[in-house]
Ligand binder design. Structure first.
Ligand SMILES: NC(=O)c1ccc[n+]([C@@H]2O[C@H](COP(=O)([O-])OP(=O)(O)OC[C@H]3O[C@@H](n4cnc5c(N)ncnc54)[C@H](O)[C@@H]3O)[C@@H](O)[C@H]2O)c1
Length: 353
């Protein structure tokens, strides 16, 4: 018996995304495609190479011609070269013919970007196979590839019409990837879901039903913020909790040394330290967040090799700053909740790093 699936929806006018989170959904990919696109005689497919090896797709229906392409596993897929190869593969599709993208956040980012640009936008279905993809990357419509000058510098907004998140696929995800993904799930709890926060306080989800619940709650938090502010100019920026310092750490240390979620966990602790200094948080509340994150398997300590000049440079602390241009950060407030502030000073950051 499979755990009960959950449904969510990101309600953007004219571009809504239905999100299905459950166990065993991987086997329903073609039925879901058929139900959405009853007349489709062709579709595109892009799948992460590692996922394709571990989770072979069920055979496509005989009456659908599948233009498929395998993506390099993980972050290596997020290049302009891979993007071009996916666009080339799908170029014969008509504008109403759908594509399916299967994998973690990296596969969804490049596959979604290709879907956005071929024929000015093909409808796409995201099949998320990692915690980050399910709880974060599949929701909100951001797609991207990397550039030599930085991560995600090229991209667009193009939400999928449907997300299928099969928590059974998480069984083969490396433990470190699951734990890193939980940092983003925790972040959503801290921002706006006290029940999720309390559940994660017990430790990582222990069974498929618990994963379904945690992913659905994280998706709901993100969905509500995206609905209120799709283009990231207002409340959606709350999702950047932990990301100011997190991104700087990633730039200094690279993705191999520190996964995104691991960097975000450290960033959330730094933000909590600044909030503590401003009286927005008590010492107990900061300590509680640290203990919560550690229980999930994350660490909040700055890696020794990331302290000092390189991190300061990545945060812009060593540049001559124009007076009044302080740092924008998300600071936690009280036992739950957070706010975006734009007046964090160099001195405040230096003091806590
Ligand atoms: N668009 C957005 O809003 C958004 C949000 C968050 C993250 N992202 C992007 O997502 C990426 C990170 O996503 P990620 O953490 O999923 O990383 P990832 O896609 O690189 O996957 C991590 C590794 O896990 C493997 N993998 C994926 N699913 C698996 C499974 N079920 N079993 C075994 N292995 C599996 C992949 O092959 C890869 O090696 C980053 O590029 C980030 O920029 C985008």
């Amino acid at each position: 018996m499979h755990a009960e699936p959950r449904l969510e929806r990101v309600d953007l006018p004219g571009r809504a995304t239905d999100v299905r989170i459950g166990e065993g959904l991987y086997g329903t990919i073609w039925a879901a495609l058929r139900a959405r696109f009853p007349a489709a005689a062709r579709c595109g497919l892009a799948i992460d190479e590692r996922v394709a090896g571990l989770w072979p797709l069920p055979p496509a229906p005989a009456d659908i011609d599948v233009l498929d392409i395998t993506l390099p596993a993980g972050e290596a897929a997020k290049t302009r070269e891979v993007l071009a190869s996916v666009q080339d593969r799908w170029l014969d599709l008509r504008r109403d013919e759908p594509v399916v993208v299967v994998g973690g956040g990296a596969a969804l980012d490049v596959g979604g970007f290709a879907a956005a640009t071929v024929r000015r936008g093909l409808p796409w279905i995201a099949v998320a196979t990692s915690v980050v993809a399910m709880a974060d990357a599949a929701v909100g419509g951001k797609t991207a590839v990397n550039h030599a000058r930085g991560k995600n510098l090229l991209g667009t907004f193009h939400p999928p019409v449907l997300v299928l998140s099969d928590v059974a696929t998480l069984a083969t995800l490396e433990a470190r990837e699951s734990v890193a993904g939980l940092a983003e799930v925790y972040k959503c709890g801290r921002l706006a879901d006290a029940v999720l926060l309390a559940t994660l306080r017990e430790g990582p989800p222990a069974d498929p039903a618990a994963w379904i619940d945690a992913v659905q709650r994280a998706v709901a938090v993100k969905a509500r913020l995206v609905e209120a502010d799709e283009r990231d100019g207002g409340v959606r920026r709350l999702l950047n909790y932990g990301h100011t310092v997190g991104h700087a750490l990633e730039r200094v240390l690279g993705n191999e040394r520190l996964r995104h979620g691991e960097a975000v966990a450290i960033g959330m602790d730094v933000a909590a330290a600044i909030a503590l200094g401003r009286g927005l948080l008590t010492g107990e509340q900061r300590a509680e967040q640290r203990a919560d994150l550690e229980r999930l398997g994350l660490t909040c300590d700055l890696p020794a090799e990331a302290s000092g000049e390189a991190l300061h440079a990545a945060l812009g602390l060593d540049k001559k700053r124009v007076a009044g241009t302080n740092h924008v950060m998300v600071l936690p407030v009280g036992a739950a909740g957070a706010r975006v502030v734009d007046d964090v000073t160099d001195d405040e950051l230096r003091a806590v790093l």
